[in-house]
Ligand binder design. Structure first.
Ligand code: NAD
Length: 483
C-alpha cells in the first residue's frame, strides 16, 4: 500500500487564523450574498472544471488513503459531484428567483413574495469515506445559495483532505471559501464560532456533539448521519438482481458507505437460495478464491487500524456467540483487509445488530412474514436508507408506508442517492435536513417573507382600536365563519 504523503497539522497559529478567516468571511458575506445567478454559475463552473483537471490526482489520493479503486472514485466522487454541479447550473436562476404567492381576501390590496437569501457564514464538517462527494455536494448547495463557507474535511483521509484544499483554493478566495484541515481539536475550535448554519456529515454520536455546539449560537443545522440500513428480500424477488446489487453496494468503499445495506431480512422460503446467490455474485465481482479476493484491486481497505479492529470485533463477537460464517471471514490486520463476509444464524444478542457495521460484513436473517420484518426494522433507530427487492406491489407499498427514516430504493441499491431531483437525508438518529439539487439550495437559504401594502385604503383599517365598532364586529363574524 502506498505511503500516506500528507498529515494535516493543527497549531495554535492555525487556530488564531481560524478566527481571522471567520471575521473576514463575516465582513465579506454581503458581497457574496449580492452575487447574481450568473456569477454563482461561474463559480460552480470553475469547480466543475477543476474536478476534471484533477481527476487523476483524486484517484491517487483516494488510493493512498484507503486503497479505493479508481473506477469507484470516478463513479462516486468525480462524476457524481460534477453531475450535481451541472444540475445546479441549469436550474440556479429559477431557484433564486423570488416567488410571488397569493393573498387571501382580507389582505386584498397587498402582495406577498418569498426571497431566498443566503444564511450567511456556514461551516461544512465532512467525513472521510467519500471526501470529495460529501464535502462538495454540500458545498454546491452553499455556493448556489450565496454563502461564505469554512470547510473542514476529515483528518482520516489526509491525502484527499490536502487535495480538496488545493482544488478549492484554486477556485475560491479565502474570504468566500476557506478549507481548514485538522483533527477533532480543529473541529471543536470551529464549532465554538457563531456560524449561521452548520452542515455536518458523519456519525450519529458526533452529530449530537455538533448539534449541542450549534445550540449555543442557535445556528441551524443539517445533520447527515448514519445508521443501520435494512434490505428486505421477499419471496417474489428476482434473487440474482437482489444478490448482485446487495453484494456490490455492500462491498463498495470496503462497506464504509452510509447507505450500504447493513443487514438483510429475507423471506424464509428463499433464504438458502439468496445466500447461495450472494456467494456466487461476490465471487464473480471480487474473485473465486480467498487469495484472489485479497489481491483484487476492486476492494478498499478499512480506513485506519481503529476502524479495522472495530469491524473485526463485530465479526469475532458474532462468531463467538454462534453465528455461521456462510462466506468469507478472513482478515489481515497488516493490510487492514476484511474479506467480504456473510453471516447467518446470528444470535439476537450479537453486537453486530446494535451498531452500524460500516465494513464488508453482511448478516442475513430469515423472516416468516413481512409484518415481522417491518416490526424488526421499526424496533431500532430510524435508518438512513431502505431497500426492498420484490415483484409484489402490495409488499412494496406496505414497506414504504410502514417504515420511517431516510430514502427508499426498490429493486436496486443506492439509486436514490444519485438523483439530484430527490432530497437526500435521514430522520432523527439518521439525520436532520435534506440536500442534493434544489433541497441543498434551500437548506443553505433563508426563505424570507416580504409582504407589501399597496392599497390606499387597506383592509387593516377595520381592525384599528378602539375596538367594538359595528363594522369591526360584522367583519370579525364574517371572517370567523367564512375565511
Ligand atoms: P465522524 O463523525 O467520526 O467524523 C466526521 C467529522 O467530524 C470529521 O471532520 C471529524 O474531524 C469531526 N469530528 C469527529 N469527532 C468530533 C468531535 N468530538 N467534535 C467535533 N467534531 C468531530 O464520522 P466519520 O468516521 O468520518 O464517518 C463515518 C460516519 O459518518 C458513519 O456513521 C456514516 O454512516 C456517516 N456518514 C453519513 C453520511 C450521510 O450522508 N448521511 C455520509 C457518510 C458518512
Amino acid at each position: 500500500m502506498p505511503e500516506v504523503f500528507h498529515t494535516p497539522k493543527q497549531t495554535v497559529q492555525q487556530q488564531d487564523s481560524i478566527d481571522e478567516i471567520f471575521l473576514r468571511q463575516q465582513r465579506h458575506q454581503y458581497v457574496v450574498a449580492r452575487s447574481t445567478a450568473r456569477e454563482r454559475i461561474a463559480k460552480l463552473r470553475r469547480l466543475h472544471d477543476a474536478m476534471l483537471r484533477h481527476q487523476e490526482a483524486i484517484r491517487t489520493a483516494m488510493f493512498s488513503d484507503f486503497r479505493k479503486p479508481a473506477h469507484e472514485v470516478d463513479i462516486s466522487e468525480t462524476i457524481t459531484v460534477n453531475s450535481e454541479i451541472r444540475h445546479a447550473i441549469g436550474r440556479l436562476s429559477s431557484w433564486m428567483a423570488p416567488r410571488h404567492v397569493g393573498v387571501r381576501l382580507p389582505l386584498l390590496g397587498s402582495s406577498a413574495t418569498i426571497y431566498y437569501e443566503p444564511k450567511g457564514v456556514c461551516l461544512i464538517l465532512g467525513p472521510w469515506n467519500f471526501p470529495f462527494n460529501l464535502n462538495l455536494i454540500a458545498l454546491v448547495g452553499a455556493v448556489a445559495a450565496g454563502n461564505c463557507v469554512i470547510l473542514k474535511p476529515s483528518e482520516h483521509a489526509p491525502n484527499s483532505s490536502a487535495l480538496l484544499k488545493k482544488i478549492l483554493e484554486e477556485c475560491f478566495p479565502p474570504e468566500e471559501l476557506a478549507v481548514v484541515e485538522g483533527d477533532v481539536s480543529v473541529a471543536e475550535k470551529l464549532l465554538s464560532l457563531p456560524f449561521n448554519h452548520i452542515f455536518f456529515t458523519g456519525s450519529t454520536a458526533v452529530g449530537k456533539i455538533v448539534m449541542t455546539a450549534a445550540a449555543k449560537h442557535l445556528a441551524s443545522v443539517t445533520l447527515e448521519l448514519g445508521g443501520k440500513s435494512p434490505v428486505v428480500v421477499d419471496e417474489t424477488a428476482d434473487l440474482d438482481r437482489a444478490a448482485s446489487r446487495i453484494a456490490w453496494i455492500k462491498c463498495m468503499n470496503g462497506g464504509q458507505t452510509c447507505i450500504a445495506p447493513d443487514y438483510v431480512l429475507v423471506h424464509e422460503s428463499v433464504h438458502d437460495q439468496l445466500v447461495e446467490k450472494l456467494k456466487i455474485w461476490t465471487e464473480k465481482f471480487y474473485g473465486a478464491t480467498p487469495e484472489a479476493r485479497r489481491q483484487t484491486p476492486d476492494l478498499s481497505r478499512m480506513v485506519h487500524d481503529r476502524h479495522f479492529k472495530a469491524v473485526k470485533g463485530l465479526l469475532d463477537d458474532a462468531v463467538g456467540r454462534g453465528a455461521t460464517v456462510a462466506f468469507g471471514g478472513r482478515t489481515d490486520a497488516k493490510e487492514r483487509y476484511i474479506e467480504p463476509t456473510m453471516l447467518t444464524h446470528v444470535p439476537d444478542d450479537a453486537t453486530i445488530w446494535e451498531h452500524e457495521i460500516f465494513g464488508p460484513l453482511l448478516p442475513v436473517r430469515a423472516y416468516k412474514n413481512l409484518e415481522e420484518a417491518i416490526s424488526d426494522i421499526n424496533a431500532g433507530p430510524k435508518p438512513l436508507a431502505f431497500y426492498i427487492f420484490s415483484k409484489q406491489e402490495r409488499n412494496i407499498k406496505q414497506f414504504v408506508a410502514e417504515t420511517r427514516g431516510g430514502g427508499v430504493c426498490i429493486n436496486e441499491c443506492a439509486l436514490h442517492f444519485f438523483n439530484p431531483e430527490l432530497p437526500f437525508g435521514g430522520q432523527n438518529a439518521s439525520g436532520i435536513g435534506k440536500y442534493h439539487g434544489e433541497s441543498g439550495f434551500l437548506e443553505f437559504s433563508n426563505p424570507r417573507s416580504v409582504a407589501r401594502q399597496h392599497s390606499p385604503v387597506p383592509t387593516t383599517i377595520v381592525f384599528l382600536p378602539p375596538y367594538g365598532s359595528w363594522l369591526m364586529n360584522l367583519t370579525l363574524r364574517w371572517l370567523s365563519r367564512w375565511l
